[in-house]
Design a protein around this ligand. Sequence first.
Ligand SMILES: NC(=O)c1ccc[n+]([C@@H]2O[C@H](COP(=O)([O-])OP(=O)(O)OC[C@H]3O[C@@H](n4cnc5c(N)ncnc54)[C@H](OP(=O)(O)O)[C@@H]3O)[C@@H](O)[C@H]2O)c1
Length: 302
Amino acid sequence: MLLVVGGTGDLGGRVVRLLRDQGNEVRCLVREGSDDSELRRLGVQVTSGDLTEPGSLAAACQGIATIVATATVIARRLAGAKKPSIKEADEVGMASLVDAAEAAGVRRFVYISFPGVEDASGSPLELAKLAIEKRLERSTLQRVVVRADAFQEIHLAPLGRFDLAAGKVAVIGKGNSRRRWISTADVAALLAAVAVEPDPPTLIEVGGPEAISRNEAVAIAEALIGRPLKVQHMPRLVARLAVRLLSRSNDGLASVFGTGLLQDVRAADWDDEPLRRRGIEPRSATTYLREQVRLLADTQKH
Ligand SMILES: NC(=O)c1ccc[n+]([C@@H]2O[C@H](COP(=O)([O-])OP(=O)(O)OC[C@H]3O[C@@H](n4cnc5c(N)ncnc54)[C@H](OP(=O)(O)O)[C@@H]3O)[C@@H](O)[C@H]2O)c1
């Protein structure tokens, strides 16, 4: 049986659907009060628990061969949740899950991270990802760390301040580093594949099929939409200061600046080969933007 931790989330939910479509038995650890109706409809065994409650993790790991861990508290922190912090959930809590997995004799641990965490600015999310990667390196578990580039649905969308409807985009730094913006569905397909394939690598760095900078993404969107977008620039130095100043008071926002900065500092030297070799035909950033512009035109018509 596989355990998915984060199954009520966007990425985690997609992984669960794919694993169930392939006929796998799946258990999900779900926080008290979270909506688990879709998971139950998919035939998932739901167990109540929380990354910050080690006892619940020990119970959830019993009889599990593989864990896929996608959980993160950043969305709730950005929405104003007072507790837990990113450190408490994504770092300390996720480390407790690794401890529980080892104690229960779990074989494989699939973990989602992002490329470049080792030379990132030190925002709470980056520190958590790095700490868990290191914890897994010391672990007896068979680890599969998937470092995925920035998700199209987050970073080329209003949440990532790439807002076509409002005609506004924010660019941290110069905006010239070419990144391989990846579709969440493609990341989910990769996680579901490495969760069950016989001999997966310990580390996979992956992105979408097209390497374009944020500035190039803006130019593509402007051409598709037929008018200029208002671009607001934040210098790297200001973003670095924001990470440092906000890390304690607003760990969600500090992490948004941190990952934005990382995307500007580090160009992609990874590609979509891990997807293609598993038969996953990846969606390009331009295709995603074209779909968004079409959706926007449809909503404006009605
Ligand atoms: N965005 C990017 O560009 C990017 C790039 C690389 C990697 N990633 C990683 O990809 C993952 C994104 O996952 P997603 O899209 O599924 O995120 P999401 O939609 O925000 O879902 C987060 C999940 O974590 C669960 N969770 C939060 N706090 C928890 C806790 N204390 N105990 C147990 N579960 C908890 C949530 O449960 P509730 O529903 O109950 O809150 C939910 O199931 C993250 O790990 C992120 O760091 C993202």
